[in-house]
Structures are given as C-alpha cells and as structure tokens.
Design a protein around this ligand. Structure first.
Ligand code: GTP
Length: 647
C-alpha cells in the first residue's frame, strides 16, 4: 500500500545515501547525479524575508541559528518524519548517525558548529549540505532544503564575492527541473523587488514549480493589504500563494512557544477582515500540508523516470566497471591466483601465436625455409676450396713428406676448415628465431586485454619472458654449435668408400684431368697411386706440362670431393639445425616460458604480490568511485522496488 510516508521516506533515504557519496545538489561531479533526479523543495528568499521563521513554523520548533549577517552558509536538508501521536520528538544529523537530539537548542548549536567545520570561521559558504532529520508527531512528511538568504551586500568579514557565490549556489538548486521552489517574500516590501520572485521567474517562467509565500502580513501598513498578491493578481503562479504570520522579534524575545505561535497565526487569519475568506488556505500549517501533498504527487509522477534513469545508470556503471576491470582482492592467496590467471591468459595468446590462429609463428618457418638455406648458400666454399687453397692446405698438411696414396691430413683440414663456416648460419638461425619469439611475447602482452590495467605485471612478465628466451637462446646456440662440431668429429666413411668404385667406371686420373670439378671424380686413393713426389715439385721435371696438368687435376679432384662432402653436410644441417632450434627454443618457450617466474612467484609475500598488481592510481580511484556509485544506485533501485505501488 502506498502512503505519503513511504514515498517521501523513500526519497529521503536515497537523498541521504547520495550525500554520503558526495552527490548533492550543489556539488560538481563527473557522474550523473541521482540527487538531481529526485524532487525536493528548495527554500529561497532575501535576507530577513522570514525564511527561518517559516521553516521553524513548519517544524513547530526553534532550532535554526540566528544572528546578523549571513547565518545559513551551507544548505540544510531538513527531512521531516511524522511519528505517532504522543511519541517523543527528536532530531538526528547524518554526520552524527547514532545521536538523538531532544533539546533543540543543542540542534541549533550543532548546525552552527557543523557549518563552521566545513566553511571555517571565515563566514564563507559551502555547497556541502547538512542533513537534519526531525521525528515528531507535529510535522508532516516533507523534505525542505534551506539555502543561504539572497543578499545584495557582503557584511564585515565576508569576502566580496559572497553575494555572487550565494546566488550561484541557490541557482544550482532551483534551476533543476525537479526542484520545487518555495519563494519567500515579505509582505511589507514591493513584490516586484522580491529577490525570491526575481530568481523564481528566471528559472521557472511558467510558475509551474514555484510556491509563493508571503510573510509579515501583520507588518503591513495600516489600511493596506496583500490581497493582490495572495489572489494572484500581482504575480501569477500555477499554485496559490500562501500568506504567513510568523513570530515577531518581540515574540521571539519573549520566548513565545511555536505551538502558541501557530495558534496565534490561525486566529490572525480567522479574524482578519482582509483575509478571513482565505483563512483555510493560509498559515504555516496549511503550507506544510500543501507542500507535503505536492511533493508526494511529484515523486509519484517522477518514479518511472527515476527508475529508468537508475537502470540506465546501473548499466552504464556496470559496463564502465567491466572496462576498468573488477577490483583486485586484498589477500595474498587471491592475489597470487589473479596473477596466475593473468599469466595464463597471456600464455594462451602466446601459444596461439606459435601454433597458428594468431599470426607470427610462421615467421619461424620463414627462418628455416629462407634465411638458413640462403645463408648457407652464401658461405665462401668456392674460395676455401679453390685450386690454389686446396693445393696450399694439402701441401702444408703433408709437410716434408708428400702424401703417397691419399692426402688424409689434407682432406681433414679442408673439411674442418669448411665446416667452421656453418657456425655462422647456425647461430644466426638461433638469433633470428629468438627475435621472432621476443616479438611474439611483446605482441601477446599487448593483446592480453586482462593485463591492460596492470603495467607493473606487464613489465614483470616481459622481463621474465625475456630472461627465459635468453636462456633458451644460449642452450640452442650450444646445441647447434655441437651439431656442427659433431660433423668434424667423425666423417661419413660411406661417402669416401663410394668414391673408388666410381673411379673405376670413369678410367685413370690422367685421362680425367679436365673433369676434376665433377662430383664423383677420382678418389684420394687413386690419386695417391698415380702420384709421386714430382707432382709436387712440378716445374723441375722435363715433362713439366703433363705433370702440371696431372697435379692440377689431382688438386681439383680433392677440392671437388671436399665440396661434395660439404654439400652433403649442408643438406644435413639444413634439416638438423631447425630441429635443434625448435627443440631448444620454440618448444621450450611454448611449454615453459614462465616456469621460472612461477617458481619465483611462490616465494613472494602479500605485499610484493600486491605491488605486482599495481594499477594506474587514476584508474583505481575511478573504479572506487564507480563501485560506490553502483552500490548507491543498486540500493536506490532496491528501495524503489520494495515500495509496492511501483507495480
Ligand atoms: N512580525 C513578524 N515578524 C516576522 C515575520 N516573519 C519574520 N519576522 C521577523 O523578521 C526577522 C527575520 O526573520 P527570519 O526568519 O530570521 O528571516 P530570514 O529570512 O531567515 O533571515 P536571514 O536568515 O537572516 O536571512 C525576525 O526578527 C523575525 O521575527 C512575520 O511574519 N511577522
């Protein structure tokens, strides 16, 4: 069932929650304001227009600070809750949640002190409201916001710009479409000069949401009355004007009780020759009821739009939270879990790059298929196995006694010398794959959405992966170098054994001098058989040209044999180097890139883990605000849902 209490109480609760989060009418916020969506009654009037008197009269209690100059310097959100007849009256401040005030002079002092707490004694103003709830059988359910009185001049001790500041603050409250304006003007002053009406006219030209209140009717000159205003002829509003007679200064000085004052006010209208016909629609009690009823109906009308605004904001906040990432747990176990989850997310993407699905892994094959064979092709075997060099190396290996059958030592030296060249392309392959892997790590980190918010962890993963890749590179280099070295440690006997048979097929070495460059030429054994020491001295013998030819052919054949052998080794290494590289680097990176890092993680303490999950402070701040706001909006939604009339 709907009661006024449930509706106004609902808004009261949401308003209080808003204030706790710093969402209040005059505050500036990067979030859309829930407060602004809530209907409220803002009390505006010039200085000494009778604002405080009207509020106290509505409450039926003296509780507002008095004094000269600008007394109200922070908005006072006054929430009135009607309680059962006979129950004790008390007040409560939002900033002092568990304290019940039954002495209203203490409430006045607390308002003064709380005002000074924010504004200092400098008499400045602040838009941060003070929330005061009053529970009493003598009130109607109503929420009013008391604002600083509009003034034309700053008094001693107040900053020059305070006049403008007050106007700006009051304006931020009254210009909101959900604000109901209670415009207070004194009857003993020309209505055309009323500060409250001037402002209301500006922000609410149609007068839809303005309630005109005329105070000090009793202070009008004898023989004059305010009927032109009260009957809407001087200034027309959509709602009827309400005339008020508050306590005079003399009444206040005499401590005239508010209840007595209300009684006197009723009598004034009932017996006034000018206003008796309007008596039932005059006075502070009538005003309170009128406002309560109006506020309730406005809230009722606004609920659907407030609900949809709340739902929309919840959606926006949820998606912003998703974007920002959910908050990180504070305990070490959960932090470790989060870090491992993030590492896994990274590792998954890294593997996708290697295995396919994401680009980049194919560049490794590119190294084996293009770079390695091209580098091997460019090796200077031609130079190393040139006739001149073969002759030089073989002769040096023979020493003073030239070889008789085959230059075994010469062969070995020629082969060893050639094999050394393979180290270059082997190591270059290792390095090339290392750089591909490094680049894939970099890419994977930047593609891991979940890691975006953790720059520190990103750097840690990059460093750990870098170290691991470096270790794999070392290992890989050792392995490929070994592959090359192994080729020198034991030569393929088969290859050399095959050579004599071929020789027999093609005839004697002397006849085949010109074909020495061909594969399958004479064997070292054959050459040895046909050779003698003269071969090496060459020019000293009478048949010099023949011997020269023979000698040249012989060395050419040696060169050619070595070249064939090296060709065979090149084919082998083109296959085995990739195997070693994949085994030592690619497979290791795929299966144990972060193993070392995980082992280190296990040894870290809560604080260190927390540091790894450090985020951009601005982002953390924003998330905190978002989370709080989300909580506010969700609780507001629950509040609204719990009121049955919504259905
Ligand atoms: N006789 C009579 N005096 C009134 C009435 N309303 C207010 N006063 C007196 O006018 C003076 C100013 O009233 P306040 O209620 O303090 O006015 P205010 O607008 O709150 O003033 P500031 O807070 O100073 O801006 C007080 O001395 C009141 O007693 C009224 O209806 N009749």
């Amino acid at each position: 069932m709907t009661t006024m209490e449930s509706l106004i109480g609902l808004v009261n609760r949401i308003q209080r929650a808003c204030t706790v989060l710093g969402d209040y009418g005059g505050g500036d916020s990067s979030f859309s304001s829930l407060w602004e969506a809530l209907p409220s009654v803002a009390v505006v009037g010039g200085q000494s227009s009778g604002k405080s008197s009207v509020l106290e009269s509505i409450v039926g209690r003296d509780f507002l600070p008095r004094g000269s100059g600008i007394v109200t310097r922070r908005p006072l959100v006054l929430q009135l809750h009607k309680t059962d007849e006979g129950s004790q009256e008390y007040a409560e401040f939002l900033h002092l949640p568990r304290r019940k005030f039954t002495d209203f002079s203490v409430v006045r002092r607390e308002i003064e002190e709380e005002t000074d707490r924010i504004t200092g004694k400098t008499k400045q103003i602040s838009p941060i409201p003070i929330h005061l709830s009053i529970y009493s059988p003598n009130v109607v359910n109503l929420t009013l916001i008391d604002l600083p009185g509009l003034t034309k001049v700053a008094v001693e001790g107040q900053p020059e710009n305070i006049v403008q500041e007050i106007e700006t603050m009051v304006r931020t409250y009254v210009e909101k479409p959900n604000s109901i304006i209670l415009a207070i003007s004194p009857a003993n002053q020309d209505i055309a000069t009323s500060d409250a009406i001037k402002l209301a006219r500006e922000v609410d030209p149609t007068g839809d949401r303005t309630f005109g209140v005329l105070t000090k009717l009793d202070l009008m000159d004898k023989g004059t009355n305010a009927l032109d205003v009260l009957e809407g002829r001087s200034y027309r509003l959509q709602h009827p004007w309400v005339g008020i007679v508050n306590r005079s200064q003399a009444d206040i000085n005499k401590n005239i009780n508010m209840i007595v004052a209300r009684q006197k006010e009723r009598e004034y209208f009932a017996t006034s020759p000018d206003y008796a016909h309007l008596a039932s629609k005059m006075g502070s009690e009538y005003l309170a009821k009128l406002l309560s009823k109006h506020l309730e109906s406005v809230i009722r009308a606004r609920i659907p739009s407030i609900t949809s605004m709340i739902n929309k904001t919840i959606d926006e906040l949820e998606s912003e939270m998703d974007h920002l990432g959910r908050p990180i747990a504070v305990d070490a176990g959960a932090q470790l879990y989060t870090i491992l989850e993030l590492c896994r997310a990274f590792d998954k993407i890294f593997k996708e790059h290697l295995d396919g699905g994401r680009p980049g892994g194919d560049r490794i094959y590119g190294v084996f298929d293009n770079q390695l064979p091209a580098a091997i092709r460019k090796l200077p075997f031609d130079r190393h196995l040139s006739l001149q060099n073969v002759r030089k190396i073989v002769s040096e290996a023979d020493g003073y006694q030239p070889h008789l059958i085959a230059p075994e030592q010469g062969y070995r030296r020629l082969i060893d010398g050639s094999l050394k060249y393979f180290r270059g392309p082997a190591e270059a392959s290792v390095d090339a794959v290392h750089f591909v892997l490094k680049e894939l790590v970099r890419k994977s980190i930047s593609e891991t959405q979940e890691l975006r918010r953790f720059p520190t962890l990103q750097a840690e993963i990059a460093a750990a992966s870098g170290e691991a890749l470096e270790r794999f590179r070392e290992e890989s280099k050792k392995t490929v170098t070994r592959l090359v070295d192994m080729e020198s440690s034991y030569l393929t006997v088969e290859f050399f054994r095959k050579l004599p048979q071929e020789l027999e097929r093609f005839g004697s070495p002397g006849e085949r001098g010109g074909n020495s460059g061909e594969r399958g030429g004479s064997t070292p054994a054959e050459k040895g058989r046909g050779g003698n020491p003269v071969e090496r001295a060459g020019t000293l013998m009478p048949a010099a040209s023949n011997l020269d030819r023979y000698s040249e052919g012989h060395f050419r054949r040696i060169g050619s044999n070595v070249s064939s052998y090296i060709g065979m080794i090149a084919d082998t290494l083109k296959n085995t180097i990739p195997k070693a590289v994949v085994y030592c680097q690619v497979k290791e990176a795929r299966t144990s890139l972060l193993n070392h890092f995980y082992a280190q993680l296990g040894k870290k303490e809560g604080k260190q883990l927390g540091q790894m999950l450090d985020e951009d402070p601005a982002l953390m701040e924003r998330r905190q605000q978002c989370a709080k706001r989300l909580e506010l909006y969700k609780s507001a939604r629950d509040e609204i849902d719990s009121v049955s009339w919504v259905r």
